[in-house]
Design a protein around this ligand. Structure first.
Ligand SMILES: Nc1ncnc2c1ncn2[C@@H]1O[C@H](COP(=O)(O)OP(=O)(O)O)[C@@H](O)[C@H]1O
Ligand SMILES: [Mg+2]
Length: 205
């Protein structure tokens, strides 16, 4: 399977078919037992842990079903977290980028609030801003709208589309909602660990 630069693809398939496993492998959270994973054209299986960690931090953004925001930190600090774990204080330019991402997801006014003070849909939008703060080449989202209502889920997908167009980051998103997968450029169907279909969507928006 090849995901091209700037592509927005949906990954669908029954529960247990291996969607999360595939995302974890692509995101360098799990290791391969066979085959090879190339990121930005580079083979990853021969990389040591430090190189994998660096590649993960610099290249990939993650959005999960449960946002995993840290309740003790403010919304803005949560967005800055992927930069802070690099060990140095975020630069003013990086902080401004975090703010502008919060603005883009409509949440700038909550920057200094704690995650518990905002709704589930808003928390997921914070998680999207956090995933994009490092300007990743690839955004991986594992059932990001799994516990959101239909309307809020649609808004989250509109954000994926928008950042995909504006930043040009490739997006691979797992969803069970056929309308959401149809809004992507491409749908990859996984059954029992095998890709059973992989085709461009005709009327993606
Ligand atoms: N940590 C694990 N150890 C062993 N088997 C696992 C583990 N995680 C998932 N599996 C198994 O791998 C298969 C794929 O799981 P998963 O990738 O979570 O599927 P999906 O995300 O499509 O629901 C399933 O059969 C699941 O039970
Ligand atoms: Mg899963």
């Amino acid at each position: 399977m090849q995901l091209r630069r700037g592509e927005l693809a949906a990954l669908i398939g029954p529960s247990g078919s291996g969607k999360s496993t595939l995302l974890n492998v692509i995101g360098l959270l799990d290791s391969l037992t066979a085959g090879e994973l190339y990121l930005l054209g580079k083979p990853t299986s021969t990389m040591d842990d430090a190189a994998r960690t660096l590649m993960r931090n610099e290249t990939i953004g993650f959005v999960f079903q449960f946002h995993h925001l840290i309740t003790a930190f403010s919304v803005l600090e949560n967005v800055l977290m992927p930069l802070m774990i690099r060990g140095s204080k975020p630069t003013p330019a990086q902080t401004e980028r975090a703010r502008s991402l919060l603005r883009a997801v409509g949440l700038e006014q909550f920057a200094n609030k704690k995650p518990n003070a905002i709704s589930g849909g808003q928390q997921q939008r914070v998680a999207i801003a956090r995933a994009l703060v490092t300007e990743p080449a690839l955004l991986l989202a594992d059932e990001p709208t799994g516990n959101l209502d239909t309307h809020t889920a649609g808004e989250v997908f509109e954000l994926f589309r928008r950042f995909n167009r504006e930043i040009g980051c490739a997006v691979l998103v797992v969803t069970h909602d056929p309308r959401l997968s149809a809004s992507c450029d491409r749908t990859i169907n996984l059954v029992d660990g095998h890709i059973t279909s992989d085709a461009a969507n005709v009327a993606s928006s």
